[in-house]
Design a protein. Structure first.
Length: 256
């Protein structure tokens, strides 16, 4: 069973500033905690253990992000098919991660991100797929996002492709995505409990990390409130590009 005490002291000490940085990013942009924290921590430990270490901090950050947003109930009802599908996808993806490696999924997700960014740069992003039955689109996107969360810890990439394509307002997008993040993370925790990868003791040991992440989130939110919408969308695309490079690097380092 994976446990925090199996980490070296250097890795443990390095985790606290990672929580600070990832929390600030998530607070400013409304997303990004696991995709920032996971690859950095994975420098010191394997990717699966990095995901386990960030379970509780990520869940706390997502919960806090939801509670600080306005009209949560209205957004939750609007995107309920997306959230439920995300939960189903996360259950399947986490089950896959629990018994096998997920390197090939990292590469596929990186390619999907790069294709999306290229079409946006060329101004040729096809919008037709958004015109189909909205509920069906949300279910498909949710399943894909949840599976990505379960196997790679980066649900945000799939969700951003949808929300940026649909030109959803920032506040609504942040609330909907954090709802999916939270549900997906809780689903992942449940699967890891069942498969014996995590224990209550492990989660308790990560409470200080969750507290640091929460405080950093609140600080980052003050900065993020002053970011203009156009600049915000541009930063998200930059974040996706960096994420694609990280996923490719992880595949090269761990996938051969």
């Amino acid at each position: 069973m994976a446990d925090v005490v199996s980490l070296s002291w250097m890795a443990v000490l390095a985790t606290i500033p990672v929580m600070v940085f990832a929390g600030l990013v998530h607070g400013a942009l409304g997303l990004g905690f696991p995709l920032v924290a996971t690859p950095i921590i994975a420098v010191f430990v394997d990717v699966r253990l990095a995901i386990i270490i960030t379970l509780l901090p990520t869940a706390i950050v997502n919960l806090a992000s939801i509670t600080t947003q306005k009209d949560f109930s209205g957004v939750a009802m609007k995107y309920m098919p997306l959230a439920i599908a995300s939960m189903a996808g996360a259950l399947v993806g986490s089950s896959v991660l629990a018994v096998t490696g997920a390197e090939i999924f990292r590469l596929l997700l990186a390619l999907l991100i790069l294709i999306f960014l290229w079409t946006q740069h060329q101004g040729t992003l096809p919008q037709g797929w958004l015109q189909y039955n909205r509920t069906a689109v949300l279910v498909v996107v949710g399943l894909a996002a949840g599976f990505a969360a379960g196997t790679t810890n980066v649900m945000v990439a799939v969700l951003l492709i949808y929300f940026l394509s649909a030109a959803v307002a920032r506040a609504e997008m942040v609330t909907a995505m954090n709802l999916c993040f939270l549900i997906g993370k809780l689903s992942q925790i449940a699967v890891f409990f069942v498969t014996g990868l995590v224990s209550v003791a492990l989660l308790i040991k990560t409470i200080p990390l969750a507290a640091v992440a929460l405080l950093s989130l609140l600080a980052g939110q003050r900065f993020g409130a002053h970011i203009p919408q156009q600049k915000y969308a541009r930063w998200l695309r930059y974040l996706l590009a960096v994420l694609a490079l990280i996923l490719v690097a992880q595949f090269v380092l761990h996938g051969w």
